[in-house]
Write a protein that binds this ligand. Structure first.
Ligand code: ZN
Length: 149
């Protein structure tokens, strides 16, 4: 990771625009499965950097300076490919995951609310049944009292 950052950083020293390209070896095996040579042997920070689920500068800052509060490329910086795709600095797939989590939470909230409403209906039914019994008992007493009169 450090090697990559140092080498790619040299490209910008002249003040001219430069582009760092990482080549990864992928090939299909005879059984059709895809094999990625680079990635399995790499250190975690480098692998995450290459996968690029979020702004690539966040990985570089964490690795080189221990900075963890960066969210995306900042004003005045050349935007990395992830930030060019998404101004929030998070790749579409990662946003979709967050969205899915929110949808799951909403479904769960709706379920809890429905259960609460069902409970209220059950309590109301019990209250109505008890009220009916009270009325029935009251009427029976009246009938019994008339019988004595
Ligand atoms: Zn970025």
């Amino acid at each position: 990771m450090r090697q990559y950052v140092q080498e790619s950083g040299r490209g910008g020293r002249s003040g001219l625009k430069s582009e760092a390209i990482v080549l990864r070896a992928w090939w299909k095996r005879k059984d059709g499965s895809v094999y990625r040579e680079v990635g399995h042997e790499l250190e975690l920070s480098a692998r995450k950097f290459l996968e690029g689920d979020r702004c690539r500068r966040t990985y570089i800052d964490e690795e080189m300076d221990g900075r963890k509060d960066r969210q995306r490329c900042e004003p005045g910086e050349e935007k990395c490919d992830v930030c060019q795709e998404s101004p929030g600095g998070i790749k579409r797939a990662a946003i979709d995951e967050v969205q899915e989590e929110r949808e799951e939470e909403a479904v769960e909230r709706a379920k809890v609310k429905r259960q609460e409403e069902e409970q209220k209906v059950r309590e109301r039914m019990v209250a109505i049944t008890m009220e009916q019994r009270r009325i029935e008992i009251g009427q029976r007493r009246k009938v019994e009292q008339r019988g004595y009169e």
